[in-house]
Every structure is written in structure tokens, then in C-alpha cells.
Ligand binder design. Structure first.
Ligand SMILES: Nc1ncnc2c1ncn2[C@@H]1O[C@H](COP(=O)(O)OP(=O)(O)OP(=O)(O)O)[C@@H](O)[C@H]1O
Length: 322
């Protein structure tokens, strides 16, 4: 569905360097990135501010042209076949709307129907379906400017999916949303991916989105792809510790299983840090052999810590300014 081969995007920067002179420099916002996304995948695209996420998305949707490398989306070269691609692609930017500010939501959808040349019957059917799933009925006749952020986002998602695209690209779709709206949007996206088989590429700073939705994560840092794999592999790569919580039957000397650290203690409750190379089963067997245990819990590393750790571990060739 998406294929990038060694894609680089270089921006030319001109800074004032005197009264008349301007110094010219170049910046690789994205450098030699390669990945493929198969039909039906739900992939998270993560990275700190300025990492190159938006630049990648703009190249995928044909807004920007790559400086070098090869991009194919749904078999098309996005910068050359932008109109053709638009019919097969839905895009949502959390920070700005594609809807018409002064028009009621319903009228925006009608305009979009004409834009994408969706047949009237199919349009009605699809709008009814999306209206029900996203509970849009109460504000279909409200001008977009009067909608709350959560309602507007549901409107934007509908607009992006009216023409049943095969691929949905989302740039921060849950930004600024309250907990309830976030849950609605996440449930909806999971459903669209699962039931309609829509391929989804999701850029977010909200790691809750990633944990809830994405089986695969790509991390970009300073324009370079720093990780591509599953969430578990991400945790292992960043070498974050798991936590084993043990409730002893009685307070007393703590067990000392090899390879782990006791990081906290509250009466009979103990917290151990387990490095990725330590097998929890071995630790648990050792603890229960030497002590009477009432309860045990194994906690996976917090994805937030994992990503922060990954960013700090991958300062490979920072900046890439020339
Ligand atoms: N049109 C442009 N001209 C010059 N430099 C640009 C342009 N667009 C982006 N950049 C630079 O390219 C780099 C990557 O920017 P990009 O917007 O892709 O990052 P991002 O990962 O989307 O960040 P954020 O999470 O803050 O949105 C940044 O250093 C940015 O300043």
C-alpha cells in the first residue's frame, strides 16, 4: 500500500548573513528512509518535535516532492498523480480542518461528495453509516465553527472516509481531545481498520493512541528511521526494565534473585526491576522457592519511558544540517 525506498527530503534554508548577503544552508528533514506498509496494517509513526513526521506525510500525500528516492502509495507516485491518489486516500490533520468553517457539517459533506464524485446513493448510505458510528446526527446541521473540537474531529474523520479510501493517513487526530472524545475516535479507528480493512498510518504524540491501536510502530528521529517493529520489540530495543511486584506473606528479608534489582519496598510488598535479558519465570521460581508469596504481578515498561529512552539512545547523526 505504501512503499518508500531511500527517500530524502532536503530543504534549502536562507538566513540573513549581513545587510545584503544571505547564507545558504541545507537541511535533510528526512534522510534515506525506507519502509513498506502492507494493505490492512495499522502503523504508528512516532518521533519528537521536528523529527520529520509531517514531512513524510506530506510526501506520501503528494503535497511535497521527495528530493531523492522512490515513493509509491496505492501503486502511484504521489507527487505526479496527486488527484488520482486523492480518490484512494483519506487524510486528517488534527491541527486544522478540511471542512468549511461557515457551512453546516452536512453541506461540507455534500461538497466533498462532488469533489470525489461519489454516486448519490452510495454517498447517502455511507453518510448514514458514519453518522451512526460517530454519533453525528445531533450536529449535522450545525456550522463547523460552532462545533467542539471533538465534534469537529468526528466531522473530519467522516469527510476523510466518505469516499471509502483504502488508505487513511492521520496526523495527530486526538490532539486536544478530552478523554471521552479520544476513546470515541480510537474505537472508531480500530473498527474501520478491522471491519473495512482500511490501511491506517497514524502520527501522534499520544502514546495511548499507539498502545491502543497499533500493532506496528515506526520511530523517526532527526530524519532517520530509528525503529520499525512491534510494541514488544520496541520495549526490548529500548532496553527498558519490566517490573515484578511481589507480596510476601510476611515482612522480612527480601529475596535476592540473580540479575534483578530491588527498587522499592513497602512493608511486605517489593518491587524488582527485571532487565530485558532476564526471564521472569526464572525469577518467580526463585522467589517462590525461598519465600512464601501471596501475590505476584509483572508490569510491562511504560511505553512513554520506552520511547524517551529510544530517542536518547539514537542520537546517531543529529541535525543533518550542512
Ligand atoms: N518548508 C520547510 N522549509 C524548511 N524547513 C522545514 C520545512 N518544513 C519542515 N522543515 C524542517 O524539517 C524538519 C522536520 O520537520 P517536520 O515538520 O517534518 O517535523 P515533525 O516530526 O512533523 O515535527 P512536529 O512533531 O513538531 O510536527 C524540522 O527541522 C523543520 O524545521
Amino acid at each position: 500500500m505504501i512503499s518508500l525506498e531511500s527517500v530524502t527530503k532536503t530543504f534549502v534554508l536562507r538566513k540573513k548573513a549581513g545587510v545584503l548577503r544571505r547564507a545558504r544552508s541545507e537541511l535533510d528533514a528526512v534522510r534515506e528512509i525506507s519502509f513498506t506498509v502492507e494493505p490492512g496494517e495499522f502503523v504508528g509513526y512516532l518521533g519528537p518535535n521536528g523529527a520529520g513526521k509531517s514531512t513524510t506525510i506530506k510526501m506520501l500525500t503528494g503535497i511535497l516532492t521527495a528530493s531523492s528516492g522512490r515513493i509509491r502509495v496505492a501503486g502511484l507516485d504521489p507527487s505526479r498523480k496527486r488527484t488520482e491518489l486523492a480518490r484512494r486516500l483519506g487524510v486528517v490533520f488534527g491541527q486544522r480542518t478540511t471542512l468549511w468553517w461557515d457551512l453546516p457539517l452536512r453541506d461540507s459533506f455534500t461538497l466533498i461528495r462532488h469533489l470525489y464524485k461519489v454516486e448519490q446513493g452510495l454517498f447517502r448510505e455511507r453518510l448514514d453509516e458514519l453518522t451512526e458510528l460517530l454519533e453525528l446526527a445531533p450536529f449535522l446541521d450545525t456550522p463547523v465553527r460552532q462545533l467542539s473540537l471533538g465534534q469537529r474531529m468526528r466531522g473530519d474523520l467522516t469527510a476523510a472516509l466518505l469516499h471509502r479510501p483504502e488508505l487513511l493517513v492521520l496526523d495527530e487526530p486526538t490532539i486536544g481531545l478530552d478523554v471521552v472524545s479520544k476513546a470515541t475516535v480510537r474505537d472508531f479507528l480500530a473498527r474501520v481498520n478491522r471491519e473495512e480493512g482500511t490501511t491506517i498510518l497514524l502520527t501522534t504524540h499520544d502514546l495511548g493512541d499507539i498502545e491502543r491501536l497499533c500493532r506496528r510502530v515506526m520511530v523517526i528521529d532527526h530524519g532517520v528511521l530509528a525503529f520499525d517493529g512491534g510494541l514488544d520489540a520496541l520495549r526490548a530495543t529500548a532496553e527498558a526494565d519490566r517490573t515484578l511486584i511481589v507480596d510476601l506473606a510476611r515482612p522480612g528479608p527480601a529475596p535476592e534473585p540473580p540479575g534483578v534489582r530491588l527498587i522499592r519496598r513497602e512493608g511486605p510488598r517489593l518491587w524488582f526491576a527485571l532487565p530485558p535479558n532476564v526471564n521472569p519465570a526464572t525469577v518467580i521460581a526463585e522467589v517462590t522457592r525461598t519465600h512464601e508469596v501471596l501475590d505476584l504481578a509483572l508490569r510491562e515498561p511504560d511505553i512513554e519511558d520506552v520511547v524517551t529512552r529510544l530517542y536518547t539512545n539514537t542520537r546517531i547523526e543529529p541535525g543533518v544540517a550542512r
